[in-house]
Ligand binder design. Sequence first.
Ligand code: HEC
Length: 128
Amino acid sequence: MTTSSSSAAEKNIKIESLKKIVILFVLFLVLFIIFYLRNHENNEYIIKTLELNGSITEGDSLFKTNCVGCHGITARGLVGPDLHSITARLNDKEIIKQVTGGLTPPMPSFEIEPQNMANLLKYLHTLE
Ligand code: HEC
């Protein structure tokens, strides 16, 4: 009698831990899929942006409306760093990630169309 009830209890414990493993696995899978989709989306965005031809004047005005508050009217830096020669320090992909990613607060992430991102990039390339 005691042996059968204790083995039933053992079975319960096994089922419980199996449930936990399954839940963890599903959680991991969902996170992986979200990460994969986001990464895929980011890559598509970067490829699209790099294919486009930017306009320096458009990029200049985008910079004046969105970036000067922190990087200064001549991009010599205020709260944010000096952006002259930025294209020598970071490649285009890294700059796109910096602008759209929001990876380094207090710099916000910008939701910006690929064409506008291409314009900004072109402008940043003129800052020597
Ligand atoms: C709210 C302030 C703020 C705004 C607005 C802002 N930035 Fe920044 N940015 C920063 C700060 C602060 C850093 C430094 C982050 C760090 O290095 O940890 C930075 C870093 C950068 C860097 C990397 C510099 C380096 O030397 O690694 C680039 C490129 C950049 N910003 C571009 C832009 C562009 C383009 C815009 C406009 C679309 C913009 N930022 C708007 C605050 C801002």
